[in-house]
Structure formats: structure tokens, C-alpha cells
Ligand binder design. Structure first.
Ligand code: NDP
Ligand code: GUE
Length: 297
């Protein structure tokens, strides 16, 4: 039987556990604050940011949302980041990606105060992660580690294949898998659009993390019997539904579940975990900035 890895359930548990940490902070007179910055009219980005704000409200984090006109000069975004860096009530800052074309993405990543960089995208935090001294683990790969942990999937000694090498998912996932620590110690292969024979790699994998942004590109034929399949992809494809689209992953779920031992659904898999780990990093950031020892789930 293929096991369904329920991201909503694990995320819910993490949010519940985080409430204890948030109480510890409250006892010390600290309310964690997370700023989300959106400079784009992209409907998917709007959905994600409003979900993140709703999550904050649910657990008792102060959500501050800044929306910038997508045609505004880039300087407006740079100035907003400076203001949030200077605001003592803001402990975490997330600038929703992708940024609009007039904005210099590298400059944005560099200008968020590394201590408030709850995405873990600042070069200092990327360096620390690679060096095995992570401050904030990027939310999506960190959430995937938590999913694997909750489902008792052993990474040590496993063959892991990561499909995709983006800065927000693929690269940090591979970096976490190769760390000498629990939930690491996997023998890791990173595949991308120039990989000559993707299926030859995925067929050898005990764990496949699919993060390519290509709808249903991985099917059961490409998997080893019993593999754990983590589907990061969230693709809106046209469909005759109320919204006019449906969400599909990078994995062909129906086909993959014939071969996989365990699999995440889309929606309800990795997405909710990404949001839960954002709350986690925000609580961690608030504790560190205010000098309060908080236990984290
Ligand atoms: N669930 C969640 O929480 C999150 C979901 N997502 C979703 O995950 C997906 C990936 O996002 P993101 O990492 O930002 O994507 P990017 O578009 O930044 O990167 C995609 C990566 O996949 C590779 N790739 C593209 N096509 C293929 C192919 N046919 N075979 C093998 N590799 C391929 C690209 O290769 P190359 O480098 O050569 O171009 C690139 O490295 C998207 O669907 C996105 O919506 C993203 C973030 C969080
Ligand atoms: N600075 C930055 N940080 C990010 O973490 C970041 C980003 N930019 N840009 C875009 C990607 C994407 N991402 C998602 C998070 C949650 C869901 C999520 O919760 N999805 C729900 C469904 C969502 C829906 O209904 O559309 C689910 O999978 O169940 C999806 C996508 C974070 N990202």
C-alpha cells in the first residue's frame, strides 16, 4: 500500500507546537512580527501571501503586509526593506519571489537583514547553510525534512534525487541532504533541464524530490518500487472548475502511486509545510533578536 504523506496534518501539528514557543515569547513581552512584501499582480503570488498572513493571525504572530504597485520604481521596494530592517517590531521579512523585472533580485536578497531573513535567501545565510551552521533553513526544504521525519523516512545512506536546482528549493534541498546531521547523510544527485537521462537517475532513488515546475513530468515508470516521492511542484493548469484551473504537481500522482511507497499530494503536501516553517523561522528570529530562549518543535 502506498502511504499518503499528509502535509496539512503535519503542518497543523507544527503550528500547534509553535504556540507554546509563542507563549514563551509572550511571557517575555515579545510578540513575533512577520512582514510580507508583495510587488506583483500575479494572482498565485497574491494567494500565497494572503495565506501566509492568515497563518500568522491563527498562531498569534503579528502580520504586517506591504503591497507595492508592480509598476513602481524599484527604489520603493529597496526603501521598504530598509524601513522593515529598522523596525524593532518586525522580526522576519519575506519578499515574495519572483520579483518584477525592474527590480534587482540579488540586491533584494542582499539587503534583507540576515537576522530577519526568514526565507534563508541572504548570501550570508546560504553560506552558513552550506557550511553546516544554518541560521534559517529555507522553508520548503526544511518542511520536506520535517515531513520525512514525521513519516519515519530514513535519509541516512539513502539515494536522494532532487529534480530542479533553484535557489529557493532545489539547491538548498540538496545542501540539507548532504549535511552530516540527522535528516541529512543522503547520497544526493541534483538533476535539472540539462540532465541527459533523468529517468535513469530517478529510477535509482529511494527519495525523489520533484521541484521543476513542469506539470506531471514524473510518472510511475520513472520510479523505483517503494520510493518516497515528494512533490514540490504547484502548477495551475486550465480546467473546467470554478476558478478556471486546477493545481497539479510535478508528479503524475495516479501513475506514481502505483510504484511509490509514500507520496505527497498536491495540494496538501509540501505547500502547507512551507508556510508552517515560515512561522517557525519567524518565532526563531524573534527569540534570537529579543534574547529569549525559545524551544522549537
Ligand atoms: N510547495 C511549495 O511550497 C513550493 C512550490 N514551488 C513550486 O515548485 C516548482 C519549482 O519551483 P522553483 O524551484 O522556484 O522553480 P524554478 O523555475 O526556479 O526552477 C526549476 C528548476 O527545474 C529544472 N527543470 C525545468 N524543467 C526540467 C525538466 N524538464 N527536467 C529536469 N529539470 C527541469 C530547471 O532547470 P534549469 O536550472 O536547467 O533551468 C530549474 O533548475 C514550481 O512548480 C513552483 O510553483 C516553489 C516553491 C515552494
Ligand atoms: N520569498 C519567497 N518565499 C517563498 O517561500 C516563496 C516565494 N517567495 N515565492 C513563491 C514560492 C511558492 N510558495 C508556496 C508556499 C505555499 C504554498 C501552499 O500553501 N500551497 C497550497 C495550495 C495553494 C493554493 O490553493 O493555490 C497547497 O499546496 O496545499 C504554495 C507555494 C512559497 N514560495
Amino acid at each position: 500500500m502506498t502511504e499518503l504523506i499528509d502535509g496539512n496534518a503535519v503542518a497543523e501539528q507544527i503550528r500547534t507546537d509553535l504556540q507554546d514557543s509563542i507563549e514563551t515569547l509572550a511571557d517575555a513581552g515579545v510578540r513575533p512580527g512577520l512582514a510580507t512584501v508583495l510587488m506583483s499582480d500575479d494572482p498565485a503570488s497574491e494567494t500565497y501571501v494572503s495565506m501566509k498572513q492568515r497563518d500568522c493571525e491563527e498562531v498569534g504572530i503579528e502580520g504586517i503586509h506591504v503591497e507595492i504597485d508592480e509598476d513602481a520604481p524599484a527604489q520603493e521596494l529597496y526603501d521598504t526593506i530598509d524601513d522593515l530592517n529598522a523596525d524593532p517590531e518586525v522580526h522576519g521579512i519575506l519578499v515574495q519571489m519572483p520579483v518584477v523585472e525592474q527590480v534587482d533580485k540579488r540586491r533584494v536578497l542582499r539587503s534583507v537583514d540576515p537576522e530577519k531573513d526568514v526565507d534563508g535567501f541572504h548570501p550570508e545565510n546560504v553560506g552558513r547553510l552550506v557550511a553546516g551552521d544554518a541560521r534559517f533553513k529555507p522553508c520548503t526544504p526544511h518542511g520536506i525534512q520535517k515531513l520525512l521525519e514525521h513519516h519515519g523516512v530514513e535519509t541516512e545512506g539513502a539515494e536522494a534525487v532532487v529534480v530542479g536546482r533553484s535557489d529557493i528549493v532545489g539547491k538548498p534541498m540538496a545542501n540539507l541532504f548532504v549535511q552530516k546531521e540527522p535528516l541529512g547523510n543522503a547520497t544526493t544527485t541534483v538533476c535539472h533541464s540539462r540532465t541527459a537521462d533523468l529517468a535513469a537517475h530517478t529510477r535509482e532513488a529511494d527519495i525523489v524530490v520533484a521541484a521543476a515546475g513542469v506539470p506531471e513530468m514524473i510518472d510511475g515508470e520513472m520510479l523505483k518500487e517503494g520510493a518516497t516521492v515528494i512533490d514540490v511542484g504547484i502548477n495551475r493548469v486550465d480546467a473546467d472548475t470554478e476558478k478556471g484551473y486546477e493545481l497539479v504537481g510535478d508528479v503524475d500522482f495516479e501513475s506514481a502511486k502505483e510504484t511509490a511507497g509514500a507520496i505527497t499530494p498536491v495540494p496538501g503536501g509540501v505547500g502547507p509545510m512551507t508556510r508552517a516553517m515560515l512561522l517557525y523561522n519567524t518565532v526563531k528570529a524573534a527569540g534570537a533578536q529579543q534574547g529569549v530562549d525559545v524551544e522549537l518543535p
